[in-house]
Design a protein around this ligand. Sequence first.
Ligand SMILES: O=P(O)(O)OC[C@H]1O[C@H](O[C@H]2O[C@H](CO)[C@@H](O)[C@H](O)[C@H]2O)[C@H](O)[C@@H](O)[C@@H]1O
Ligand SMILES: O=c1ccn([C@@H]2O[C@H](COP(=O)(O)OP(=O)(O)O)[C@@H](O)[C@H]2O)c(=O)[nH]1
Length: 476
Amino acid sequence: MTDLPHYDFVVVSNRLPVDRVIDADGTERWQRSPGGLVTALEPVMRASHGAWVGWAGQPDLDLAPFDSDDATLVPVPLSPLEIEYYYEGFSNDTLWPLYHDVIASPSFHREWWEAYVEVNQRFADASARVAAPGATVWVQDYQLQLVPRMLREQRPDLTIGFFNHIPFPPYGIYAQLPWRKQVIEGLLGADVIGFQRVADAGNFSRAVRRLFGYATRTPEIRVPDGLGGHRSVIAKAFPISIDVESFEQIARRPEVQQRAQQIRDDLGNPSTIMLGVDRLDYTKGIRHRLKAFGELLGDGTLAVGDAVLVQVASPSRERVAAYMQLRDEIELTVGRLNGQYATISHSAVAYLHHGYPREEMVALYLAADVMLVTALRDGMNLVAKEYVACQLDEDGVLVLSEFAGAADELKNALLVNPHDIDGLKEAIVAAVRMPQRERTTRMRALRRRVRDNDVARWSATFLDTLRHANHHSDAR
Ligand SMILES: O=P(O)(O)OC[C@H]1O[C@H](O[C@H]2O[C@H](CO)[C@@H](O)[C@H](O)[C@H]2O)[C@H](O)[C@@H](O)[C@@H]1O
Ligand SMILES: O=c1ccn([C@@H]2O[C@H](COP(=O)(O)OP(=O)(O)O)[C@@H](O)[C@H]2O)c(=O)[nH]1
């Protein structure tokens, strides 16, 4: 390992951009990893060609670093028990529900925490091995909150950034975490800590004040350096985005437009195609969406054949109990809706439990008249931005939950509280009936906003802040 090349820019995330998967016939192949973190970071890596440290998605895969199109990938192995305790357990059954407003109950287990510490140390060690002297290391997300401090302890020469892709909860919720002080100490090892929303950065600074009493002057937190001085840590919002240009390019391709038309034809050319695209996650508000849609069919406001809901629910965290239960509930509801309202030729809900490649996603966005994003809590929700980016004809309506980070920017969407089923139904009806002129006005404003704040701007703003923050630190 001592002969590894060193990199001036290193990204560290739980997942690599590709997962090693084994097909039913035993063939092994690499497949794009799920979720928006990878969507956002791919173009950043393409521009910098550094190293990307992460897990390859399978147990016990101890692979040497290898080159991909965009970066050198440095796999970090996880044992089956670590996947269970660190990834499915502490990351996705403790932190995930806790940070998403306890929509589901978080579980607290000491052995999960111990695995989290151990695995975070492994990620820190792997990053320290590939970072060149004075390199910038950018750590991503809630699975790796202890890495900034662990890295600083072994490599004080590094500039360390951290970006939290999910919400940071209010103190009253955060305080439930038995290891609340250790997690914040871990994060404060970074020079800059980025959040999706201003409210998340505020929640974090408040937790620091409550638990440690450190002085904060937005966006700066003064952290004692143990030598009588202080380090300056910046905690600030940097709303993440997408590579707008690349989505537009795909949306312009004739074969993608033909595929969109084919989707419309296959659905029987209804007047309104509504679309939901989510990982099958209880944070996404899929149940609320189905309830509202079902009631609109039930009371005759919408009719099958005239309107259809296409719901992509891509498989996610399938061994975590709350996700298994959610899948059962959703599939029962979809079955009931179709049983009650579908005809031989028309479904009420076209339900797709698959992960699709980007071209198919774009074809779906082009085919859809109304995009439904009804998350109960979501760090950002890149799907909302992707839908907007793909509407080259400035048509289409976005219904967007005010509890998704994207709502801070996309004010020209129809903003909804998904818990208010009547309000959600009204928004869906307003979207279906919206006059052409209003659709265009809203979509034009949304497209401007997404174009102005694309992912290149997100990373440039974060990395620029990181460069300056580090210079102003009196720690070294
Ligand atoms: O890696 P998984 O457990 O399969 O989950 C996929 C990713 O889900 C989460 O995505 C978040 O990041 C998006 C981009 O910033 C944001 O738009 C979304 O609101 C977040 O939920 C998770 O945070 C990632 O770490 C996972 O890789
Ligand atoms: O079948 C699918 C479903 C989703 N996505 C992508 O997964 C990401 C989801 O990101 P988002 O921020 O909306 O939510 P997350 O899953 O990260 O919570 C988006 O880039 C989608 O285009 C995809 O490529 N194929």
